[in-house]
Design a protein around this ligand. Structure first.
Ligand SMILES: [Zn+2]
Length: 327
């Protein structure tokens, strides 16, 4: 009996530090998303994330340009950490990268980025577009500078913004992801961390088109599910090779490999998703006013942009038809 107590004591000690890292939620069984609300009331809220974005119900808008500050600077001190749920990327360098503009009021400071993935390449993203799931999703988390810290920011409904990027499969490796996937091999154990060997630039790992995105109000997708996030889901996916995505599935939690770490979609409720299109779309309409007729060159640019929007719309109609055929 004494031996049993000693073993149980040793096990309790072994598990104690992990509780400090938030091991009270998971993605399966009793700790799975269905039960998060038992411990974290906000996970039962009305404005939760992720959601499915129905492209036929979005409201097109032309928001001011987003300003990305420090995104193309090479950053030396980049920490890669397996926190038992995902891989976190944090930076030491000051000042941290920032983002402003678009739907954001004020400047938001980079806090960390992390990833969500699935058991195989056919699903794994959190948000979906027309019920299409992507292989993986990147979340770049920023807090509102006005609130001075992420701890204070999460107390306010506009406290955080998350820039979300989808991944899809490519035959070729994405060279900018080689350093990251190498670093993953050194953090397969939960709560292990390494510093990346080469400088790292945010812009290198993102898609080219940062102008087209969906935006809506939602929550953290992990407990405590706080409804404090202005989401920006960029339309153009990042393309990775299968092996590069597979490297994430090698990471381990206390319970074995992290094969999936995405929350199921939540009801959209009374929320509207906005779709940011090119500003020139509206410039064209203004110029079309007979009293405002301007030089032909500007008008031509406007026409091209509205043509692109029609093309994009048609693309989504095809995706929609495609997704119905698959199901
Ligand atoms: Zn996330």
């Amino acid at each position: 009996m004494w031996l049993f107590i000693q073993i149980m004591g040793a096990l309790a000690l072994f598990h104690a530090p992990e509780l400090a890292y938030g091991e009270d939620f998971g993605y399966d069984g009793d700790l799975g998303p269905r039960y998060w609300g038992d411990r974290y009331q906000e996970c039962r809220g009305k404005h939760q994330s992720p959601i499915n974005i129905n492209i036929l119900r979005v409201k097109q808008v032309a928001l001011p340009d987003i300003t990305f500050i420090g995104f193309d600077d090479p950053i030396d001190d980049v920490h890669v950490t397996n926190n038992g749920h995902t891989v976190l990327i944090e930076v030491e360098n000051e000042p941290h990268p920032r983002v402003s503009g678009g739907p954001l009021d004020g400047s938001y400071v980079f806090s960390q980025m992390h990833f969500h993935w699935g058991d195989n390449d056919t699903f794994g993203s959190e948000d979906k577009i027309n019920h299409r799931s992507f292989a993986m999703e990147l979340h770049m988390v920023f807090y509102k500078e006005h609130y001075r810290s992420i701890q204070q920011a999460v107390k306010h409904s506009d406290g955080l913004t998350v820039l979300a990027f989808f991944y899809e499969l490519d035959r070729h490796k994405h060279p900018a992801y080689d350093d990251m996937t190498s670093a993953l091999q050194n953090v397969t154990d939960p709560h292990s961390s390494v510093v990346m060997s080469n400088p790292f630039s945010f812009l290198n790992i993102l898609p080219l088109d940062l102008r087209r995105y969906f935006t809506y109000r939602g929550s953290l997708t992990t407990p405590p599910c706080s409804e404090v996030v202005i989401w920006l889901d960029f339309e153009q996916p990042i393309r990775l090779a299968h092996d590069q995505i597979e490297a994430f599935r090698e990471l381990r939690s206390a319970n074995g490999k992290i094969t999936h770490n995405f929350r199921p979609i939540q009801p959209i409720g009374d929320r509207v998703v906005f779709y940011n299109v090119d500003n020139n779309y509206f410039a064209y309409n203004e110029i079309d006013d007979p009293d405002e007729s301007g030089p032909g060159s500007t008008r031509k640019r406007g026409k091209n942009c509205s043509h692109k929007i029609r093309l994009s719309f048609l693309t989504y109609v095809f995706i929609l038809i495609g997704s119905y055929i698959r199901t």
